[in-house]
Design a protein around this ligand. Structure first.
Ligand SMILES: *Cc1c(COP(=O)(O)O)cnc(C)c1O
Length: 383
């Protein structure tokens, strides 16, 4: 295996889902978000473990992601959170991937495919836009859309859902907006019932609301980021502790590599493209075989990021290249060629930063850090 690898601690994934379970009311199903290759952690392996730990449903963003799980022998319900292209619909139906629907045309396409494939009663979930401003019908149209599904005679309403825009914020405004969205969602459900129809599984909580709004869990919750060991923005460790509902999450991924060479640089020598860093005194530079082609993004160096080697941090110098980057060991360092260098992850692996630390330093969120570790980086699944 390549020196640059992502260690995936399935034991930590199991720990996280069991810790999350403590927040989920009895009888509420858990739909684990495994889209974007389980936020970069490896969808098939993570899904198998999550199912073994009692998760009921998996959520993906593309038909291809759903197919990958089916090919791996996974037979649980799979929810498709984003819209697919018309030409993907037959395949989605053949593989029993449950779409979110909210308009006549898309409902018609699924009904036609279900009819063609002899899958009468094919389950779809109605998506309601209660204030996220992404996909879904307006709450006042939910009854009409549900009627369309019922009238198609090929489809059944397996569920009704919405998604919150600000549930990971802790300000009063954020909480009020989540409550407003929740009320809009309940109105949509009432509208469906007023049509004499059953809304099926009602679900609206992603990670943050699952932890902070037990009353909003309804029939199912859809956690994502917390499975992988990171808190949802402001709903962090301290906030949950202060609420009296502590949650101990453990990062699942460690991104590590090895020092592939150590080179002595004398004063005045420059490092890498653009010559953006020039040695002001003699120093030793370690070359690491990891770059933006692996997901260690080019601008991270400018954000002052450092990697951990043997329990100490060493700053990245110059620009990150596609396949390599350089770190400054200073002079007289004890670092040796082939030593392990950890970019982020679990303390137990020698990491001094986690994906949240990197995200804060580089102006993004942990979701993006782990999802952007590319396919070229082998995932090493360990307990
Ligand atoms: C990604 C996603 C989730 C999971 O979100 P987290 O913030 O990672 O918990 C849940 N629901 C929908 C619709 C999503 O797109």
């Amino acid at each position: 295996m390549r020196a640059t690898r992502a260690i995936i601690h399935l034991g930590n994934l199991a720990h996280n889902i069991q810790a999350i379970r403590g927040f989920v009311k009895p009888g509420v199903q858990i739909c684990a978000a495994v889209k974007a290759d389980a936020y970069g952690h490896g969808a098939v392996e993570c899904s198998k473990r999550l199912l073994a730990e009692g998760v009921n449903v998996l959520a993906v963003a593309t038909v291809g992601e759903g197919l990958e799980l089916r090919k791996a022998g996974i037979s649980c319900p799979i929810l498709l959170l984003s819209l697919c292209a018309p030409e993907e619909i037959e395949e989605a139906v053949r593989e029993d991937i449950t779409p979110l629907v909210f308009d006549r045309e898309y409902i018609g396409l699924f009904a036609t495919a279900a009819g063609k494939l002899g899958k009468e009663g094919y389950s779809v979930h109605i998506a309601v836009d209660s204030g996220m401003g992404r996909i879904g019908c307006l709450p006042e149209d939910a009854g009409k859309i549900a009627r369309m599904v019922a009238n198609s005679r090929k489809l059944t309403i397996g569920g009704t859902c919405t998604h919150f825009a600000l549930s990971d914020g802790t300000s009063q405004e954020a909480q009020e907006y989540t409550l407003l969205q929740y009320k809009n969602f309940l109105k949509a459900i009432d509208n469906i019932r007023n049509e004499g129809l059953d809304p099926g599984l009602r679900h609206c909580c992603a990670s943050a609301a699952s932890l902070t709004h037990a009353e909003m869990q309804l029939d199912m919750v859809r956690p994502g980021i917390i499975l992988y060991g990171y808190y949802a923005d402001e709903v962090d460790r301290e906030y949950l502790y202060k609420l009296g509902t502590p949650l101990d999450l453990r990062p699942v991924m460690t991104l590590e590599t090895e020092v592939s060479a150590i080179r002595h640089f004398s004063k005045g020598m420059s490092v890498g493209y653009g010559r953006t860093w020039i040695a002001e005194e003699d120093t030793d530079i370690a070359v690491l075989p990891v770059g933006y082609g692996d997901g260690l993004l080019r601008h991270w160096a400018a954000c002052g990021l450092a990697v951990a080697i043997g329990g100490k941090t060493y700053p990245i110098r110059g620009r990150v290249c596609m396949d390599q980057c350089m770190v400054d060991l200073g002079s007289g360092s004890s670092v040796r060629r082939w030593d392990k260098a950890v970019i982020f992850g679990c303390k137990a692996d020698g990491a001094l930063k986690d994906a949240d630390d990197i995200a804060r330093a580089t102006g993004t969120i942990s979701y993006e850090i782990t999802s952007c570790i590319t396919r070229r980086v082998p995932r090493d699944f360990v307990e």
